[in-house]
Design a protein around this ligand. Structure first.
Ligand code: 5CA
Length: 440
């Protein structure tokens, strides 16, 4: 894309209403635009990042054998009355009436709807396990929406649901998602640690939150430094290896605020390894057995016996991750953002010094731009006549990981190429393509 044509409405300064750096940067770069409290439009730069995050999440769900579906945002109240959550969910649920005066709601989560789909279709245990997921907007009428898309009312979530015949099988499904979350966040260059957590309105007695450390996070956490070194590079989803991996994590005390016990913390974690800090919850997984299948009568035939299926649910905050990555990768003091290559809105930027009376640099830049495009490298070329220092400042903020700078001294053969925030090197365009492709 040419910068003069893209829709990236950049502000000169940080907006005053934003308190944390991800919110500031997203507004400043025109990644999002608030439409009402806690509800946002996603503009091209923000939307591109979110879509890349969504693709990674999808690939890692498919890799463990989960199947993608799409459920609606609007649900009937009937199924929520069956599970008993219609009243329990309280004011966070946005309730709506249709023209026939039927009670509907904008889904805050989908345990009931997926249970309804399951019970009408699957009759035999031989069809189990079933792992189903969708990526869809959710609405929660949060009392205090804040920090931009980090805690908002309408947000984009991946939610998966597992159905098994026994507790043992269900724990295998749980562990598959546990692993897929570790892989998902790693591909975004985030170190998200699993922490034993409370189950809240979803229910059940086994749950982990996946949390990245950040001072601006809303979750208080207590953990052990050594958990960062646990090997999560499993290539199989076979039961024994998964059990071992979860065990390796659970050797280390790592909990959220609600589960915290000072005595256990001090007993289990030597002082030099203790971490008490804050973090951002980017994923949350739950095992709740027959909490929904029993009241909603979701059962299968197991050798002539009716068995309620054992269920779990697994959420990733896809839209929240955009902010979480910024919190982790943005150097606010020096105004340099560094997107991980896997989620960057573009692969490369071409930043030329342009002069209205001499078109040679523009022509050179267009050539490079077309060459990169033909090599499937998503590139943005700054064809505006701003000064080179203003352009550099702007692109440091936008955070595209690779930059090609066409300055006064550039020749026909080699170009100034740099990883954002590092020193430039003079390289041939073919070498540049190789580096970018190897880093994708
Ligand atoms: N049904 C379960 C799992 S599918 C569930 O809803 N879990 S959850 O409530 O923990 O949400 C899953 C993830 O969505 C969270 O880990 C968080 O990353 C994201 N999320 C939750 N509430 C918000 C919100 N108000 N704004 C942005 N993201 C949110």
């Amino acid at each position: 894309m040419l910068f003069s044509k893209v829709f990236i409405p950049i502000l000169k300064n940080d907006p005053t209403e934003a308190k944390i750096k991800s919110h500031k940067l997203m507004l400043r770069l025109g990644m999002i635009k608030q439409s009402s409290a806690g509800i946002y439009s996603w503009l091209p730069l923000g939307f591109k990042v979110m879509k890349k995050i969504e693709d990674i999440v999808r690939e890692e769900q498919n890799r463990i054998g989960a199947q993608e579906i799409l459920m609606p945002t609007i649900q009937s109240s009937e199924i929520w009355k069956e599970s008993g959550r219609y009243e329990d969910y309280g004011e966070e649920m946005l309730r709506i009436k249709d023209r026939q005066n039927r009670e509907m709601l904008y889904g805050p989560t989908n345990e009931e709807l997926i249970t309804d789909i399951f019970r009408n279709s699957i009759k035999s245990y031989k069809s189990l396990p079933q792992l189903l997921y969708h990526i869809q907007w959710k609405f929660r009428d949060e009392l205090r929406p804040r920090f931009g898309i980090m805690r908002c009312r309408e947000f984009y979530m991946k939610d998966a649901y597992s159905f098994d015949i026994s507790d043992d099988d269900a724990l295998l499904s749980y562990n598959k998602f546990f692993l897929s979350y570790l892989r998902t966040f790693k591909r975004m260059e985030l170190s998200a640690i699993p922490m034993a957590a409370d189950t809240g309105p979803i229910g059940g007695n086994l749950s982990h939150e996946f949390i990245i450390l950040a001072d601006t996070g809303e979750s208080k956490i207590y953990t052990d430094k050594r958990i960062f070194d646990v090997d999560s590079n499993l290539t199989t989803i076979e039961k024994n290896s998964l059990d071992k991996m979860r065990n390796d994590f659970e050797k280390f005390y790592s909990v959220t605020d609600e589960k915290f016990d000072q005595k256990i913390f001090e007993n289990k974690v030597p002082e030099k390894y203790r971490i008490k800090t804050k973090g951002i919850e980017v994923g949350h997984i739950f095992y709740f057995g027959d909490k929904y299948s029993k009241p909603m009568n979701a059962s299968v035939d197991f050798n002539g016996k009716k068995e309620f299926v054992k269920m779990g649910s697994y959420g990733v905050g896809v839209s929240r991750l955009v902010g979480a990555i910024i919190e982790a990768k943005y150097d606010e003091k020096n105004e340099i953002m560094k997107w991980p290559t896997s989620v960057s809105p573009y692969d490369c930027s071409v930043i030329p010094l342009l002069n209205k009376n001499d078109k040679s640099n523009l022509e050179k830049s267009m050539k490079i731009y077309n060459f990169l495009k033909n090599n499937k490298i998503d590139t943005i070329l700054d064809d505006t006549y701003e000064s080179i220092s203003a352009k550099m400042k702007k692109f440091n903020l936008i955070g595209i990981p690779f930059q090609i700078i066409i300055g006064k001294k550039s020749d026909e053969e080699t170009f100034e190429f740099k990883k954002i925030g590092e020193e430039p090197k003079k390289l041939k365009i073919e070498e540049i393509v190789k580096i970018i492709k190897n880093n994708k």
